[in-house]
Design a protein around this ligand. Structure first.
Ligand SMILES: C[S@@+](CC[C@H](N)C(=O)[O-])C[C@H]1O[C@@H](n2cnc3c(N)ncnc32)[C@H](O)[C@@H]1O
Length: 221
């Protein structure tokens, strides 16, 4: 088993079960040609979201503020997403090289800052996986949702179990999750949609293998 290096302070590392990312990509594919596009996962951890993104997008870039070691490390740039001065050179200052989509599961306490940073950069859109309770709150409504209404909220009907520090197939959770999507192309009032049960269809045994190979898709653009 790979040795993991947990960050000393909590960076809210909760790996995402890959089926939850496939559910998003199926939905985005209905209006955005992902197979021709670039995605950036800016809080990638050990790549549990970046890998399934690579099944749908032409290219995926994955970075994180912390080096989690493991086989995915070589693919990552290590940088603080909230400080663009730290971004890899090729991600800075060239609008034509900007990612089409930024897709991530941000650290819970920095979710709003991630959305603001991401929507300023992504050319086609931003999708964040968050606790459904992220939709609540007067302060966040005033600072985020009122000035920048999402294009859609995709609410999971099934629970998406996430465990601190590791991916666990048998985990359960009392927490509800949704994807919130801001499209840079579609102007509409916020649409609410359910993600119908899909875990059994989108989950693969290899998703839970400890010894992951690097993705076939080129991670850089
Ligand atoms: C909820 S986990 C999600 C991990 C991965 N996206 C996934 O879905 O499996 C949050 C991740 O955000 C990273 N993170 C926290 N603060 C960050 C920052 N300022 N810039 C980049 N990554 C950050 C953590 O190291 C952690 O890997």
């Amino acid at each position: 088993m790979q040795q993991r290096h947990e960050p000393a302070d909590s960076l809210d590392y909760f790996p995402t079960p890959p089926w939850a990312t496939r559910a998003l990509c199926e939905r985005l594919s209905l209006f955005s040609p992902l197979h021709l596009m670039h995605a950036w996962e800016p809080a990638c951890g050990e790549g549990h979201m970046a890998r399934p993104l690579g099944e749908y997008f032409a290219q995926v870039r994955a970075t994180d503020i912390h080096d989690y070691s493991g086989t995915y490390r070589a693919q990552n740039g290590i940088c603080n997403f909230l400080n663009p001065a730290e971004w890899p050179q090729d991600l800075r200052g060239k609008p034509e090289r900007a990612p089409d989509w930024i897709v991530t599961n941000p650290p819970f306490r920095r979710g709003e800052e991630f959305v603001s940073t991401a929507t300023a950069v992504a050319r086609s859109g931003v999708a964040v996986l968050v606790r459904t309770s992220f939709l609540e709150g007067k302060r966040r409504y005033k600072s985020l949702f009122e000035p920048k209404p999402p294009t859609m909220v995709l609410q999971f009907v099934e629970r998406v179990p996430m465990v601190k520090g590791r991916l666990q197939k048998t985990a359960s959770t009392a927490t509800s999750y949704c994807w919130i999507v801001w499209s840079a192309k579609i102007r509409q009032r916020t649409q609410f949609q359910w993600i119908a049960p899909c875990r059994s269809r989108l989950e693969r045994p290899e998703d839970y293998s400890e010894d992951k190979e690097s993705p076939d898709q080129s991670p850089l653009w």
